[in-house]
Structures are given as C-alpha cells and as structure tokens.
Design a protein around this ligand. Structure first.
Ligand SMILES: [Zn+2]
Ligand SMILES: [Zn+2]
Length: 516
C-alpha cells in the first residue's frame, strides 16, 4: 500500500509514503522533514517543537465529504505574521490533493485546480480576480505564513521555518480559493473549493493519534492574581480576568496587558448559554451560543461631543464558530462574519450589495478597544484601533474592516432587546455614560411580588413596560435611520489577520498551503 518506502536519512527509522501526491513527510521518530526525490530521500531539517491541537481531523483518518471518499495524509502548523498559529490538513480525494482548514468555526475545503495565477504584486485585498473557468473571486487576504511544523505526509517540500506567500480569495455563495506562491522560486499553485461546515465530513475511520490539547479548557489560573480564569473555547488566545482586569496570553500563561476598570458591568453574564431564535447572516437559528467575552469600544476623542461608546459580547458555538451581539444606543445587533465574495463592493463607498439588497453607506470611523473581559480568539489588546465603515438597509447593516493585508466583512441585524433578555438574561446593570438605565430594557425581569397593595402597581407597570418594548421592537427600522454613529463592527473572519484588525485572529486559516 505504500508507494515508496525506505530509511530516514537522519535517524535510519523506517519511513513510507502512502499517497502518490506526497512529496515530503515528517519522520515520526526524529521529527525531521524528509523529501523524496527520483533517486533518494533528503533531510530538510527538524520541525519546530509545536504541540498539535486536539483537532477534529488527524492523519490516518478516513471518511467521506458530500459522498466523495478521502483520507487525511498530513497536517501542518503555520504561523501568521501577526503571531497566531493555525493548522491545515492535507487530504487526498481519489488521488487529488486537497486542503481542509478551519477558521473560527468555518471550514474550508479546496482542491488543486488549473487556472492562471496573477503575479502576486498585482493582487490587493478587496480586488476582483478571475480564476479561469472557476469564476470571479475577491482577494480577502494576502500575507506570508511560516511553515513551523508538520505531521504525516505533505504535498510540497519545504524546510521548516521557511516563509510562503499566500493569497486567500472568497467567491459568491461560499466559494473559496487560495493561491500558494510558495517561497517564490516555483510555479504558484491554485486551490479552489468552498466554505463548508464540519458536519459535512463523515469520519468513518479514525486512524491518527490525537494528542492532548495544547490548552486544557477550564483549567487555567489568572497569571496575575491566581483567580480561576474560565477558558470555554479551545480557540482562545487571550483572557481577561474579572478580578484584577489583567489580560493574559492563554497559551503562554503570562500577563500581556493591564487595564483600568470597565465603564459598566456587562448586562449579560459571561459563560451564560442561550439559544438565539432569530436567523443570523448565514441563515442559522435556534442554536445554543455561549457568551465568551465582553468588549467596551468607542470612537471619537474622550471628553468631547464626538465621543461615543458601546458594548459588544462575543458568542461561540463549536459547530458554527463566533458571532457578536453589539449593544449600541439601546439596540442589539446580531453580527455574523461574511466572506469577502458575499458582498459586491464594486460601487463602494456609495453603496454595497449583499443578497441583492443595496446597503447605503452610513459612516466610516476609527474604533478603539477600551476594555475587555472574558476570552477571545485573537490577540486582543486594550487601546487597539481599527478603521471601519458600515452600510445600512432598513434593519440590517453590512460592515467592513480594511487593513493593508486583508478585508473583513460582516452582516448585522437589529434584534429586539426582549429577545436578548429572554435568550441571555440581559439586564442593564448600571447606567451607560451616566444616564439612568432605560426601564424598558429590563422588562424581562419580573420583580418579586411584594405583599400588600404594591404588587398590583408593579404588575400594571410591567404590562406598560411590555407594551412599550413591543412598540420599540416594531419601530426598530425607523429609529435606525436617525441613529448617530454605532460602532458596530466587523468580524475578522475569513482569514487570519490582525495587523490592526480588532477582530482579526492573527492566524487562522488560509485555505491551502500546498505547492511543491
Ligand atoms: Zn527520522
Ligand atoms: Zn486576575
């Protein structure tokens, strides 16, 4: 069953190649990358000492994807220039090499394809590119990844530690592609496929070792004060302690920043789970989400009339990734990351088109992170800023964050406050910016009945409040037009990011890292 076998040129251990498309492998005994040539095996050096995550796929697994059989032959760990790391899986479908990767709960699968690759210096984030017969794509990210470590077989030969240039592209309807320019010495490799969900992969045989996760969830202590620091998602990079406000790197277990007190107490308790009955920007509804993080952001100079602040809650679901609830001027927005190819931005900044709807530009501004609490999938830092613009259509918003290396779009829809009260127990705990809390927002809370005549008054008051809330909900669309800024923001999804992107991840997935 092996296509080639022999001895490791470094340690002499037995090695064998299983897939005809494989060019190199990582010796399981000495962890050196061994490349096969026509004549012999050559040693390209030892991989970095990286612990693989406790991931959904591992080399040796077999299964089917939409009825097509595949085997997982290898995986690798890449480092993003912003510091994060991510894994990709080298998968073979009936001899055809493919890459499977995951970014914040969204999965991508791309197959080796034939198409002309534009020179990399012609490509910039947001630009449209024709990939032969595969259609038109939008450049979502152009960046450099460092090949740190691998396991099993790989369809290219690269020395550990070398940098490779990649361009990720997004197409309409969930299309996804990547161009791997390698180290610039060989021909670029194009991979074309789509976004998918892990549920589409049926694993029929689990072959590989699954080493313990690099980060044990729910098991860390705040490196600053020693209090328990809950970590509910394996993708968490940073966590901020509710007792001492220190922000820590979860993998290093070190304090990376300190911050002042929050402006207010989060109205939704962190760690709380809730079911969102309304559809998100991807049409997903009735799923349970866990509230992982809380962020206070603002725009404008502090102490001036321009200053404007708001709150955001990070939601997580293991199958669907991340969403946001943004609480801005008494309204909630439910935010979903989009692929760059889902939005037609050819007429920006006048308007953009999403799902055949025209979204008119509302504003553009620089947003700042003032305070964070809980856990985050990117290297969040208080004080960091990002440039963003948003566009609106009725109760919906489309927003974009742009940096030099990538473009990240997201969709938001106004959600009536009572829905969030019902789903997550939202309550305004202290006054935002010194104003008394609008009573209607606590309408989901029924005060304990007091004895005597007072309870009748309370019941009447609750009824009045409920009616008021319904009126507000019905009028959500009209009030949105008159709102001032809103710092509702985008989510760095499709890819890595984070050179300045507040929601960037600093290392997630580019679709593929193949090439010879
Ligand atoms: Zn060896
Ligand atoms: Zn602490």
């Amino acid at each position: 069953m092996a296509v080639t076998s022999g001895s490791c040129p470094n340690c002499g251990g037995q090695i064998e190649f299983r897939a005809g498309s494989s060019i190199s492998l990582v010796c399981k005994y000495c962890k050196h990358v061994v490349v096969r040539t026509d004549r012999d095996f050559q040693n390209l050096g030892k991989i970095a000492d990286v612990v693989f995550g406790d991931t959904a796929l591992a080399p040796g697994d077999r299964g089917t994807f939409k009825g097509r059989s595949f085997s997982v032959e290898g995986r690798l760990v890449l480092q993003h220039p912003a510091g994060g790391q991510w894994e990709e899986y080298y998968v073979v479908f009936a001899g055809q090499p493919a890459w499977v990767s995951e970014a914040q709960g969204f999965w991508q699968v791309v197959w080796a394809a034939q198409a002309p690759a534009p020179p990399p210096h012609h490509l910039q984030p947001g630009m449209q590119v024709q990939l032969g017969t595969h259609g038109t794509f939008v450049v979502a990210e152009k960046n450099e990844a460092t090949f740190l470590a691998g396991e099993g077989e790989l369809p290219f030969a690269a020395k550990p530690g070398t940098k490779r240039l990649f361009v990720d592209l997004s197409g309409p309807g969930g299309g996804f592609a990547t161009i791997d320019y390698g180290d610039g010495t060989g021909a670029p490799q194009i991979y074309v496929g789509s976004q998918t969900s892990f549920a589409e992969f049926q694993i029929t045989e689990r072959g590989g070792d699954r080493p313990a996760a690099a980060v044990k969830t729910d098991a860390i202590k705040c490196p600053s004060c020693g209090a328990p620091l809950p970590v509910l998602s394996a993708g968490t990079e940073r966590a901020a302690c509710r007792h001492c406000n220190a922000i820590s790197d979860v993998k290093l277990q070190q304090v990376v920043a300190r911050q002042a007190q929050a402006r207010q107490v989060p109205g939704i308790e962190l760690g709380r789970k809730g079911v969102m009955p309304l559809a998100d920007g991807r049409g997903i509804y009735n799923q349970e989400w866990t509230v992982l993080g809380y962020v206070e952001r603002s725009t404008g100079a502090q102490g001036t009339d321009d200053w404007f602040g708001w709150q955001e809650y990070l939601l997580y679901n293991p199958q669907h990734g991340y969403r946001w609830l943004v609480y801005d001027e008494g309204q909630f927005y439910y935010i979903t990351p989009l692929g760059a190819g889902d939005v037609d931005a050819s007429r920006a900044p006048v308007f953009v088109v999403f799902r055949n709807l025209h979204f008119r530009r509302r504003n553009a501004q620089q947003c700042r992170v003032d305070y964070v609490l809980g856990e985050f999938y990117w290297k969040v830092q208080n004080g960091e800023t990002v440039q963003m613009e948003d566009y609106e259509h009725g109760r919906e918003i489309v927003s974009v964050e742009r940096t030099a290396s990538e473009v990240n779009w997201s969709h938001g829809v106004i959600v009536p406050v009572p829905v969030i009260v019902q789903a997550f127990g939202f309550q305004v705990k202290t006054s935002p910016y010194g104003a008394p809390p609008p009573a209607a927002f606590n309408a989901g809370y029924t005060p304990p009945a007091s004895s005597g005549g007072g309870s009748g008054v309370i019941i009447a008051l609750v009824i009045v409040l409920v009616v008021f809330v319904l009126m507000i909900a019905a009028c959500g669309a009209c009030s949105s037009g008159s709102r001032r800024s809103s710092g509702y923001s985008s989510s760095g999804y499709s890819s890595s990011s984070s050179s300045g992107g507040v929601r960037g991840v600093g290392g997630s997935s580019s679709g593929g890292f193949g090439g010879k």
